[in-house]
Design a protein around this ligand. Structure first.
Ligand code: 5GP
Length: 121
C-alpha cells in the first residue's frame, strides 16, 4: 500500500489543519487526540511518510526510529505522567482498526487504565 499524502495527520504535519501541540522535535510531533479516550490522550506521529511501524522500520534510518521513540518518551515527560504511569499503543492495520494511515502512537494516562484486552474468544 502506498502512503497517501491526503491523510489527516499528513495535513497536520504540513500545518494545513491545526492541532493542540504537546511536543515537537526533528523526528516527531505530539498533539492531543480530538476524541480523547482518557483524561490524557495524545498522539505522537513521525515526521515522515510512514503508514505503520512495519513501514517505518523498513524505510527509515535506525537513528530516525530511535529518535521517534525517544520523542514518545519525551512527550510523556512533558505531559507529567511518567510518575503516575501511562500506556502507549499503536494500531497497525485492519485487525487493529487503524483509522488514520500515518503511523502514530497513542499515549493514554490520567487515571487507572485497567487491563489491556479481553481474553480472546
Ligand atoms: P487509530 O484508530 O488510527 O489508531 O486512531 C486515530 C486517532 O486519530 C483517533 O483516536 C482519532 O480520534 C484521532 N483523530 C482523527 N482525526 C483527528 C484530527 O483531525 N485531529 C486530532 N487531533 N486527532 C484526530
Amino acid at each position: 500500500m502506498a502512503y497517501d499524502d491526503s491523510n489527516i495527520f499528513a495535513k497536520i504535519l504540513r500545518g494545513e489543519i491545526p492541532c493542540n501541540k504537546v511536543y515537537e522535535d526533528d523526528y516527531a510531533l505530539a498533539f492531543h487526540d480530538i476524541r480523547p479516550l482518557a483524561p490524557v490522550h495524545v498522539l505522537v506521529i513521525p515526521k515522515g511518510r510512514y503508514i505503520s511501524l512495519d513501514d517505518m522500520c523498513a524505510d527509515a534510518e535506525p537513528a530516525f526510529v530511535g529518535g521517534f521513540f525517544r520523542a514518545v518518551a519525551e512527550t510523556a515527560r512533558v505531559l507529567g505522567v511518567v510518575g503516575s504511569g501511562y500506556r502507549i499503543l499503536a494500531n497497525n492495520g485492519e485487525h487493529a482498526h487503524q483509522e488514520v494511515l500515518h503511523f502514530h502512537v497513542h499515549v493514554f494516562a490520567g487515571r487507572p487504565l485497567g487491563g489491556m484486552l479481553k481474553a480472546a474468544g
